[in-house]
Design a protein around this ligand. Structure first.
Ligand code: PMT
Length: 399
């Protein structure tokens, strides 16, 4: 909870400003008092009226508004807060912060504070990747400014990449961490598998699948944000290691199993990896040549089932073992069968038929299958799936 905590929320210009409305709602639900500063550019995207209605407080905009200065000077504005949050943080405002400029209320409040500052950058991917933005961010981080996001995904401008503002739930968890509050899952140990496995045929070829690791990594990152001591066991993935947790990188199913065993004991295990069910029975030491007897058929051997093994780990069994079911037809029915067969507690069944883009895409549609029945979640981003799963885990474990 954030009861008694005061957040000064600075909203700069960007389409992501609409997400700040949701952030205010969630902060207030958790007991925080929220006061908003809206920049001139931010006011092109959200209105002072909606911010005032949601925050239940006056919204501050102009530096030289005499009434504001008489009632509440800009110094007082930041002094009154426990934490300053900039969401969205535009490239322009980050640049001003890095240079120490103070030519409007937002930048002045940010310069006049000795409180912790958390920024949630949001901008076009090229702006985000630009050396100037990265240098500004590095300077801010070196001064202790905290960051959350941005995330990768489709952008309002039609491009794709890093630059989407973190989701309100992610910002909320970052606020709790910035205020030194224990997350809902603190004290809990968690293990997450993610990504594909690569099963070698010879030194240059392997059996694999289309998993990107986005769903598993998002779950591991969310568990860590909520305070769980998290180990992510990842197959080969292009994604960077998420912050705040331990990542163990592996190639094959057998290596993944060994890394999972080594991570025990944990209270929660989530198997989101797309583990290859089979491997080449005899991986060649040297590259197979098609002209000197390369096999016409590949002999396969079955891989260990990590989810089943964790579910039947006896005294080492996590209290909550959660698996996925990736299906292309009769998704819920087959998910139910997997729940029974593997002996786990929950299955998150998802449709991976061609056209769904569940493999590699940004969003997912989950059917949560438990002993109590099926809960159909709407289509949402993989980060939102991760957040919802964390909430469900917290509620189930009475946190
Ligand atoms: O990585 P992304 O691109 O974001 O895509 C996400 C995803 C589609 C990979 C993910 O949402 C998902 O469905 N993961 C499970 C993929 C899978 O292998 O499903 P399955 O139905 O074949 O396996 C069922 C469960 O058993 C899974 O929890 C799996 O991790 C586990 N398993 C399977 C085989 C094996 N040898 N060991 C396992 O632990």
């Amino acid at each position: 909870m954030l009861t008694g905590k005061r957040v000064l929320l600075i909203i700069s210009g960007g389409i992501a400003a609409y997400k700040s409305l949701e952030l205010i709602r969630r902060l207030r639900e958790r007991g925080a008092a929220v006061r908003c500063v809206l920049t001139r550019a931010g006011a092109q995207f959200v209105t002072p009226l909606s911010l005032a209605a949601l925050s239940g407080d006056k919204v501050y905009g102009e530096l030289f508004d005499l009434t504001d200065e008489a009632e509440m000077g800009h110094i007082q504005l930041s002094r009154d807060a426990d934490l300053l949050v900039v969401a969205p943080a535009s490239a322009d405002l980050l640049a001003k912060m890095a240079q120490g400029r103070a030519d409007d209320l937002a930048s002045t409040a940010l310069l006049a504070t000795d409180k912790a500052v958390l920024v949630a950058p949001a901008m076009n991917v090229r702006m985000w990747e630009h050396a100037a933005t990265q240098a500004n961010l590095a300077a801010l981080k070196a001064r202790g400014v905290l960051t959350v996001g941005p995330n990768e995904g489709d952008m309002a401008c039609g491009e794709y990449g890093f630059g989407r503002m973190a989701e309100p739930q992610e910002i909320l968890a970052a606020i709790e961490a910035a205020l030194g509050l224990p997350g809902r899952l603190s004290g809990l140990r968690a293990l997450v598998t993610s990504g594909p496995t690569h099963e070698p045929i010879d030194p240059v070829r392997y059996i694999a699948n289309r998993s990107s690791g986005k769903q598993g990594h998002a779950i591991a990152a969310a568990l860590a944000r909520h305070g769980a001591e998290t180990t992510l066991v990842s197959g080969p993935s292009q994604l960077p290691d998420p912050p705040g947790l331990r990542t163990v990188r592996v190639e094959t199913a057998q290596e993944m199993l060994a890394a999972c065993r080594a991570a025990l004991p944990v209270e929660v295990a989530v198997c989101a990896a797309a583990v290859a069910d089979w491997r080449a029975a005899h991986a060649a030491q040297h590259k197979l040549k098609k002209d000197n007897g390369a096999p016409a058929a590949l002999e396969l051997a079955q891989n260990p089932d990590i989810l089943s093994e964790l579910s039947q780990a006896g005294g080492q069994r996590p209290s909550l073992v959660i698996g996925f079911a990736a299906e292309t037809e009769r998704v819920v029915e087959q998910g139910r069968a997997k729940l029974a067969r593997k002996g786990c507690d929950w299955i998150l069944a998802n449709d991976v038929a061609p056209g769904t883009a569940t493999f590699g895409g940004e969003s997912n549609r989950i059917h949560l299958i438990t002993a109590d029945g099926v809960d159909d979640w709407p289509q949402m981003t993989k980060t939102e799936v991760a957040e919802r799963l964390c909430r469900q885990i917290a509620a189930t474990l009475g946190r």
